[in-house]
Design a protein around this ligand. Sequence first.
Ligand code: AMP
Ligand code: ZN
Length: 121
Amino acid sequence: MWQHAGVAANSDCIFCKILAEEIPSERVHSTDRTIAIRDINPQAPLHVLVIPHEHQPNAAASAVADATILAEMVSAAAAVAEAEGYADYNLVFNTGPEAGQTVFHTHLHLLAGKRLSSLPA
Ligand code: AMP
Ligand code: ZN
């Protein structure tokens, strides 16, 4: 299996290619096990994706593989929100195509600056 940064990766996966810097992205934060990039099609004034290095298809699979990564992703999102001047924000894991997931590498959406009308509020 193809690898980047010493973890399992998928050569067909756009986020694995972003992690390997084969596709450009605007990184706003990183930890030993995550990166955070600006979404290419922002749905709010702040729209960042927190992406773990390890390729898993969704957040539930990441939780099975190593649940501590989810806390690290939330902490990374909080750090980005604070750095960008937002005290309040939404965190979203789309899981499955019927729920709007289009990239099947775990990622946490950080959205701020706009109320999300289609979600419970
Ligand atoms: P989801 O629909 O939850 O799977 O979210 C995938 C997100 O990735 C969407 O919001 C896309 O706009 C975003 N996206 C897709 N390709 C890129 C890219 N090359 N750089 C940044 N964001 C991307
Ligand atoms: Zn991947």
